[in-house]
Design a binder for this molecule. Structure first.
Ligand code: ZN
Length: 281
């Protein structure tokens, strides 16, 4: 293309921009905007523009997700997985809601039998109660650059709401259906207008989750991966993924679609990378 043609094309593009209705050209600042999505206009790159409360999504220095690499804190650097109590969920103790951007499973009422201990994480004297879990497809975190087919986040919070921790399970696509997920995917409300629905069948076996936390894991300080992208979130990511069949993943993707925030800048993770690179030379 000659420079003249290029200039004409640029001018045409500028004119088109000028002619666009203001509603489209103006930055999105309406208050009910908290309607964030994973789409182009209100997706991850624009979350901070949608609400003053979402500033950290752009300005944060300790954001998530990240690429987990060998330089960061992990079981191999001597870190111990904190005490995690996750007994099976008894029948009728959990409901599922379609939030539009994910499907969320929350405990209801008494989620355990008898005088069960706290369902959650313990860091010294800090108890963080389990709040909910939800899915992302594909994965948000990577391990040594590799993405996975999905990711399940178990969210925990302290009673005063000041401390949060997420146990993030990566999900690998396999041939065979995983019975662990069958019940969870059996009934998902089709859209966010539908009320939360109880899980239809009996208990939810949590053994595979607990088992995954017994192996290698990564840990770092990051943020929520969705608005308001709040920092100070302790991430614990087991290195070995859970498994979900391609068929099951498809079922999930049909409802939640693409729901992964891209890799973000995180000073702790970046510093660990340069330190480990320096150590190798
Ligand atoms: Zn999440």
């Amino acid at each position: 293309m000659s420079p003249a043609v290029l200039a004409t094309a640029a001018l045409a593009a500028a004119l088109i921009t000028l002619m666009m209705p203001t509603a489209l050209a103006a930055p999105v600042t309406a208050p009910e905007t908290s309607e964030w999505t994973y789409d182009a206009r209100s997706g991850p790159a624009y979350w901070a523009d949608l609400s003053a409360d979402f500033k950290a999504c752009h300005d944060g220095q300790y954001q998530s997700p990240v690429n987990l690499h060998s330089g960061i804190e992990s079981s191999t650097t001597g870190r111990k997985f904190p005490e995690w109590s996750m007994p099976p969920f008894v029948a009728g103790s959990m409901s599922v809601k379609n939030l539009g951007h994910t499907v969320q499973y929350s405990p209801e009422g008494n989620t355990t039998t008898g005088d069960a201990p706290l369902r959650g994480l313990r860091f010294g004297d800090d108890e963080l109660a389990f709040k909910q879990f939800h899915f992302h497809t594909p994965s948000e975190h990577r391990i040594n650059g590799q993405y996975y087919a999905g990711e399940l986040h178990m969210v925990h919070k302290s009673a005063d709401g000041k401390r949060a921790a997420v146990v993030g399970f990566l999900i690998d696509a396999t041939e065979v259906d995983n019975p662990l997920f069958s019940q969870l995917l059996d009934y998902i409300p089709k859209n966010k207008l539908e009320p939360a629905a109880p899980l239809r069948d009996g208990t939810l076996d949590t053994t595979p989750f607990v088992a995954a936390t017994k192996g290698d894991f990564f840990t770092y300080s990051g943020s929520l991966t969705t608005p308001p992208c709040t920092e100070g979130v302790t991430w614990l990511v087991p290195a070995s993924p859970l498994q979900m069949s391609v068929k099951q993943l498809k079922k999930l993707e049909e409802v939640i679609g693409f729901t992964a925030r891209p890799t973000q800048y995180n000073k702790e993770v970046a510093d660990a990378k340069s330190e480990s690179a320096a150590a190798e030379h």
